[in-house]
Design a protein around this ligand. Sequence first.
Ligand code: NAI
Ligand code: MG
Length: 497
Amino acid sequence: MQQHLSINDEVRKFLSQDKLLLIDGQWQESRSEKTINVENPANGDTLSQLIHGGQEDINRAVEAARKAFDSGPWRSMTGSERSRRLWKLADLIEQNTDTFAQLESLDNGKPYTVAKAADVPLSVDIFRYMAGWSTKIHGKTIPLSVPYTPDSSYLSYTLKEPVGVIGQIIPWNFPLLMAAWKLAPALACGNTVVLKPAEQTSLSALKLGELIMEAGIPEGVVNIVTGHGDTGSFLVDHPMVDKLAFTGSTEVGKQIVRGASGNLKKVSLELGGKSPNIIFADADIEAAIEGAANAIFFNHGQCCCAGSRLYVEKSVYDKVLSGVCDFADKIKLGNGFDLSTQMGPLISREQFDKVCSYIDSGKREGAVVQAGGSGLDQAGYFVKPTVLAKTHKNMQVVREEIFGPVVAAIPFSSEEELIEEANDSNYGLAAGIWSQDVSKAHKVAEKLRAGTVWVNCYNIFDASLPFGGYKESGWGREMGDEVLNLYLETKSVCIKK
Ligand code: NAI
Ligand code: MG
């Protein structure tokens, strides 16, 4: 029997409220008259209206963040005090798990069960992990030789200081989690932020804004301005922003780099991918089949690290392919509020059209559809989990990011040829290897040009594990201690003794 969740009281109340902008610790109206309709992608229902923030709104938000950074208490607060407030925020998110899971499901389409099991706990965890760093950020002492002053000696040390006002622009595939990945390290380091959530999915960020104030994070430290891409571009262009952190398409990432050149603000980018997932004949084949299916179909393929190119050693290719197709055929598509749903709709009409047109281009170029191959003929943006065989390296479906539940399967016979093909991409975000030969797995992992390599697993994320891309998949690493580099400046102090 299908169990359908009902909207809880908190979510109902939240949806009925006006959605304002969080600026300088207050929920403020916009000077822009423009709004954005928020749609449930599972059925097209209108959920709410958002403000489409304009230049004026971004100016006010940046000024608030500037003032909070230059003269507010956040930056000078002890690490321990900052840590306590970030930890409190984590607790508040955790206490609101059901509300966030419902909001994510309504707004993004993903199953409630997935949001509850993955998106929300990972968001809680990154705030706790980064809260721990607040008290552990420090420089070092450095002995100097200075060959041209042989008679002098020096004490020198480095200070680690926050970068300043950070603009953060995030996408719609993991709305709360992307906000958490961005905010937690920036705040732990003592920066102030203007966050621009994705126009499709801003609800959980606005809810998070309420909790940020409740957690005692001072006014102006986190400002949230909703809007479209142009709202984001005002932030990119703003001369008072010291650094811009972006997750989204490679195309917009390149525009951001150009826009940021005005005041040479620092930029970090987490962009697209076309990640190879490699199954060797000596793998645990059942585990590899399930792993390969989850690598592409998790979050409906709307993951920057989706295992969208499936390379399978020739001797096991037919077996693996038929296993992945069986898996795809059995996935239950539906509304994220049905507790038995395994896969929801894509985020929007635009993404639905884009993904379907990629499937068509694959067919035109000679790929054979072994599973799925079309959208569902019903309300909502559902696309069937799709497996394309007889694909080769020059096809669009093998070269370009589809960002949907579509995998291109490719057989290989030699390791050398495999490495060359796997690396033959403008992207370099992630990769998977399935083999029981540990020594081979290590060697192949070394040769792959990717920021993350998963062996006998896929989509494993942890607050402590750096994540980011080689090549056109981005600049910098998020999470772990490495993310601190994105949000800290190093000051060298040199004192003559
Ligand atoms: P997008 O890159 O246009 O949007 C991501 C964020 O950037 C949103 O908040 C958007 O409002 C903002 N934005 C858009 N144009 C901007 C501009 N000129 N200046 C500043 N901010 C701007 O991604 P979109 O259009 O939602 O999806 C298109 C494709 O991008 C997808 O099909 C997928 O291939 C890729 N994508 C990759 C993601 C990732 O996690 N790496 C996430 C979302 C999309
Ligand atoms: Mg776009």
